[in-house]
Design a protein around this ligand. Structure first.
Ligand code: NAD
Length: 494
């Protein structure tokens, strides 16, 4: 749903005593002008989506390259559907990008801060330098009553600390308010998740701040999106708690995978049986190489660190184990590949399929796939990495790995093929055709994303952690007709 706003609406005249619940449908004239500070994965998507919904938006970043690209209509990262929306939003005249914070302070009624909160070097804590800098730099330029809204994921207590800080800095003093609006978008589905989130959370200190946020999300709220209005601390905690829960569920099934490996049980069947229990559910219960990316790993570490600072470390000490199980997946995967090739990886040609931390993203931050590829390389394997979108980012992190530009190129003469990120291209690739490229038809499916039956029918030796290994049926005649029959029979239900 799109609603059109008037050309400008700066400095709207609000009645701070008006309760939002008594005025649930703000008129377009009350719609705030928005800035988005930090235009990375989260910020660029937020800026584009809000402009698409009809708001006037100014995106700000300290990286001039990113700003130049966005202004010319190029999304600096891979996100399905975002380029089209960016083009549309720029054409509407409602969206611009700048590096000029003075301009942003002048322009915005509601400022969304979306800068990064990476893990601190040498610590599990979040590095809040970027958040602190964005809030204080902005606050020092604010001369009228506006709302500063954090969307970045931060440790509990950050918003309260920032409130004191910005009120000290700003000429507005105690009149300057901070709110927190945690973001739950998933890379790969970022546009859909931003335009149609499953819930909105507003952490506010006053009815005025709630009203401003309601005005900033009016079209989304009008769709009936559930809204939780709460205090600053709870809003911060919702994000940490949600990510911790998801990480725990993934590590839980991966811990069960370890049990399966020791006992000969099959973790995929176990996960299916558990997932059919309504109380458990099948989402995030997929055994495999574990989680990575720019959020889950650093968020659970930062949550644990913050809890220890608060003297309640015991409450979330289990997150240390969740993290350890997750990291163990990478080591066990390397151990399995070593075992599969006979105990020594030296000189073994590995086709590494995937580098991104998950499909439909080019994000390689803390990517399990790249970690495994790198460990194999360090053990002497000749690793050819192919990822449909993440090769450039991966090369930046690990320039010493070999990068193939097609699946076929990666597979050429491989001794072992390792599925590391479950891109559609890999899940749907024909095992018969793949088999024709490699030296040895040995596949390790670290994501439980391939069909063992189809691969075995095409003569592959199929391996996965947490599943019993079955010796392959040798394929004596690899002519097209025989292989086509095998392929069809493999599609039959077991
Ligand atoms: P990112 O690294 O892609 O983007 C951060 C951007 O902020 C960069 O472009 C950087 O140049 C810019 N920046 C840094 N300091 C700045 C400043 N002072 N002023 C203006 N710009 C500045 O990070 P991201 O993935 O977009 O994540 C941002 C935050 O959102 C993090 O806290 C993350 O945990 C959270 N988050 C991310 C996602 C996601 O899917 N990526 C989802 C939910 C929440």
């Amino acid at each position: 749903m799109t609603f059109t706003l008037p050309p400008t609406s700066s400095n709207p005249s609000f009645n701070p005593s008006t309760s939002p619940s008594s005025d649930p449908s703000p008129t377009p004239e009350r719609a705030p002008r928005l800035t988005v500070i930090g235009t990375g994965y989260l910020g660029a998507t937020h800026a584009v989506s809000m402009a698409f919904l009809g708001y006037e938006v100014l995106g700000v970043d300290i990286d001039p390259r990113k700003i130049a690209l966005l202004n010319e209509g190029t999304v600096p990262f891979f996100e399905p559907g975002l380029p089209e929306k960016l083009e549309e939003a720029l054409a509407s005249g409602r969206l611009r990008f700048t590096t000029d914070l003075d301009e942003a302070a002048e322009f915005g009624d509601v400022h969304f801060v979306c800068v990064g909160t990476p893990q601190k070097l040498g610590s599990e804590a979040a590095d809040l330098r970027f958040v602190d800098s964005a809030f204080t730099e902005l606050a020092s330029r604010i001369t009228r009553k506006v709302l500063l809204v954090g969307k970045s994921t931060v440790p509990i207590g950050t918003a309260e600390r920032l409130t004191a800080l910005v009120q000290q800095i700003s000429p507005l003093g105690a009149e300057l308010e901070v709110a927190w609006n945690p973001e739950f978008l998933r890379e790969g589905f970022a546009v859909q998740d931003t335009l149609h989130p499953d819930r909105l959370v507003f952490g506010v200190s006053s009815p005025w701040a709630e009203d401003r946020l309601r005005a900033a999300f009016e079209p989304i709220l009008a769709e009936g999106t559930p809204l939780i209005v709460t205090d600053l601390a709870t809003a911060e905690l919702v994000k940490s708690a949600a990510n911790s829960f998801l990480a725990t569920k993934i590590s839980y099934i991966n811990a069960m995978s370890e049990v399966c490996e020791a006992t000969g049980a099959d973790v995929t069947q176990l996960a299916e049986a558990l997932g059919l229990d309504d109380r458990i559910g099948s989402k995030f219960l997929k055994p495999g190489l574990g989680f990575g990316g720019g959020c889950l790993p650093k968020d659970i570490r930062s949550f644990k660190h913050r809890a220890e600072e608060l003297g309640i470390g015991a409450a979330v000490a289990f997150l240390g184990e969740v993290d350890a199980i997750n990291i163990r997946r990478r080591l066990r995967t390397v151990a399995l590949i070593r075992q599969v090739v006979g105990g020594d990886l030296t000189g073994v040609r590995v086709a590494a399929l995937g580098a991104a931390f998950k499909p439909d993203s080019d994000d390689v931050r803390d990517a399990p796939a790249l970690d495994v590829a790198r460990m194999l390389y360090l053990e002497g394997a000749v690793v050819s990495v192919y990822d449909p979108e993440a090769a450039v980012n991966a090369h930046r992190v690990y320039p010493d790995l070999e990068y193939a530009s097609t699946l076929d190129q990666a597979l050429a003469d491989a001794d072992v093929t390792v599925l590391l990120t479950e891109w559609e291209e890999f899940r749907t690739a024909d095992p018969v055709e793949m088999g024709a490229r490699v030296r040895s038809r040995t596949v390790v499916d670290t994501r439980n994303a391939l069909s063992p039956d189809r691969f075995r029918a095409a003569g592959w030796d199929y391996w996965a952690l947490g599943r019993p290994h079955t010796a392959p049926v040798p394929v004596s005649n690899r002519s097209e007709s025989v292989l086509a029959t095998l392929d069809k029979s493999a599609d039959l239900p077991c």
